[in-house]
Structure formats: C-alpha cells, structure tokens
Design a protein around this ligand. Structure first.
Ligand code: APR
Length: 313
C-alpha cells in the first residue's frame, strides 16, 4: 500500500511519522515544493524507524511522477491559518495550490483516493472534487474526525477518566460546525442527557474554539490531532473497516443539501466513502446544519468563477 503526502509541513510530516510508526502502509512519498524540508524530515523519520523497528519505506520528492501508483494521496499543501486569520482568508492562496496538486494527481495517480486536509477544508474538498473529476467516494475531506476528537476532549474533561466517549460533529470544518449533543455519547448515554444546558453550551463552544485555541498558543495551526485523524481515515480505507466517520463529501440531496461538500457521517472502507449515513437530526440541529451549508455559498461562488476559467481537460 502506497500513500503520498503532498506538503511536508507540520501536518504532512506528522502524518508521515505516524504512518511510519504504526506501519499503516509499505511506502510513503512525501512531496513538497521545498524538497530540502521534506528530505530533512524524512531522514529524521527513517532514523526513528530504525529505533522503532518499523519497515515502512519513505521517499521524498518534488516531482509528481513519484506519486504514481499511490493508493491514497493526502493533500496538506497550503498556507496554515495564522491567529486572527479566518479559514476563508486562505481561500485565494490555497485554491491555486489545490489546482496544481489535483491536476498532478489526476495525471500521475488517477486511481487513487484523495484525502483533502488543506483549509478552508470544505471549500478545498469541493475544489478537489471538481478539478479531479473523480467519483465522490474518492474525494474525502478530513475535518469532522478532528472536530469530533476536539469535542470528545471537551467532554472528557467533565467526566471521570473514561475514554469510552464517542463524539460527532457535522457541518463545515469552521466556526459553523455543528457538534451534535444528541449523537455524542459517554458509555452509550447521550451527552445532552448527561449535562445541564450550561455545560452542554460550554462543550459546544470549546469544540468550536478547539483549533483557534491552539493557534493562539502556537502561532500556527494544530498538527498532532490532524495527523491522528488522517491516519484513522487511511486505516479505515486500507483495512476496509466500514467505520462511521464524519467527513466532508459532495452531497446530492442528502441532509437536504446539494452542490456542496460538507461534513456528514459516512461509512469508510476500501472504496473510500462507501455510504452516506442518514443520521436523524432534531429540528434545531437541522437548522444549524443548513446554516453551515449556507456559510459555504459565497466561497463556492469564488471557486466556481475560478474553475470556469480553468481548463479541466
Ligand atoms: N506544492 C507542494 N507543497 C506546497 C505547495 C505546493 N504548491 N505550496 C505549499 N506547500 C507546502 C509548504 O512548502 C509547506 O511545507 O505545504 C507545506 C505546508 O506546511 P505548513 O506551512 O507547516 O502547514 P501545516 O500546518 O502543515 O498545515 C497544512 O493543513 O490543517 C491544514 O490549515 C492547514 O491548510 C493548512 C494545511
């Protein structure tokens, strides 16, 4: 199994390291326009793998030909969000990067599954889906797994030391995300039935603020939890686990939304997204989800205008 990671920055390199440490695949290709960074980090990782006794091979490159025969291509190339910068501020810069990356994937790894990580996530996944021409099951946006981990963390701080927490966040990977208190559980009991309203509101707020809080401390965006979330997705595909994971996917009427890519629970297996799971939402949850969908519209107009001027053949 071969995974190519585009972008050897914090998220890309952390993802490679975790894949090597867990021996998720036989080969990792790490591609960056700055090959020196990719090379330095890869040598460090190979030396770590000797100590760890793991066998995954790692190759660094700035030549897209090296991603040939990849089963999965993870896109982390882009400019990370800085404090005070909204994800949408990144749009104009990252859309151009996405175009270059996706057209090369189309050329050199036409049978791969694409995992998009670059922000603004749902817009970038939409862009990748449109530019690639791949079927929607093969273009997966990784945002909801991370947001759900952040929600589980917020819940975990309020309960005794159990890890038996399942959290579910749908909607955009942005401040318009929709943490679902009715579909998040501690020992099979819904979070909304465990805590009072004030605590539930705090959990939602901490979940939404999870990324920004890290940016405030680090002056750059998170990478360990994003890497763990990417690996979860890669493992679900390679091991054909049919796991239920919230991912950004092109919708055609599901959850009353069309023509957008947005986070919903999906079943992930060897074919990528194998099913869009129909989760019953309360009226309030549905309204929040539709707000989330609508928050994407202005950016999608910008992407569509850009794509109209791009030769997709
Ligand atoms: N082709 C290949 N690599 C590129 C390109 C390109 N056209 N443009 C930028 N890169 C590389 C940069 O050289 C850099 O090494 O992408 C890498 C991005 O790494 P970081 O700046 O460390 O960003 P990171 O924290 O890894 O985040 C990457 O993931 O979570 C999102 O918001 C985040 O969009 C950002 C992405």
């Amino acid at each position: 199994m071969k995974v190519s990671v585009i972008g050897a920055g914090n998220v890309g390199a952390s993802t490679c390291y975790l894949m090597i440490a867990k021996e998720i695949c036989s080969q990792v290709v790490l591609l960056d326009i700055n090959r020196s960074i990719a090379q330095g980090k890869a040598i460090d990782m190979m030396q770590a793998s000797i100590t760890l006794g793991t066998k995954t091979d790692i190759k660094t490159t700035h030549d897209y030909k090296d991603i040939e025969n990849s089963d999965i291509v993870v896109i982390t190339a882009g400019i990370p969000r800085k404090e005070g910068m909204s994800r949408e501020d990144l749009l104009h810069i990252n859309i151009k990067i996405m175009e270059e990356v996706v057209l090369n994937i189309k050329k050199f790894a036409p049978n791969s599954i694409i995992i998009v990580v670059s922000n603004p996530l749902d817009i970038m996944n939409y862009t990748a889906f449109k530019l690639s021409g791949f079927s929607k099951n093969r273009v997966i946006g990784m945002g909801g797994i991370l947001d759900s981990a952040r929600m589980a963390y917020a819940i975990s701080k309020r309960v005794d030391k159990t890890k038996d927490i399942k959290a579910c966040v749908i909607g955009t990977h942005s401040e318009y995300m929709v943490p679902l208190l009715s579909h998040s559980f501690v020992y099979n009991k819904a979070v909304k039935d465990i805590f009072d309203k004030k605590t539930c509101d705090e959990i939602v707020q901490e979940t939404k603020n999870g990324g920004a809080q890290i940016v405030k401390f680090l002056q750059t965006s998170a990478y360990y939890a994003p890497a763990a979330s990417i690996c979860t997705l890669v493992e679900a595909i390679f091991n054909d686990t049919k796991s239920l994971l919230p991912c950004s996917v092109w919708l055609e009427g599901e959850y009353s939304a069309s023509g957008v890519s947005i986070g919903v629970p999906v079943v992930v297996g060897r074919n990528g997204i194998e099913k869009i799971f129909d989760l019953p939402l309360s009226k309030e949850e549905d309204e929040k989800f539709q707000e989330s969908v609508n928050s994407l519209r202005d950016s999608l107009v910008i992407v569509d205008e850009y794509l109209q001027n791009t030769n997709l053949n």
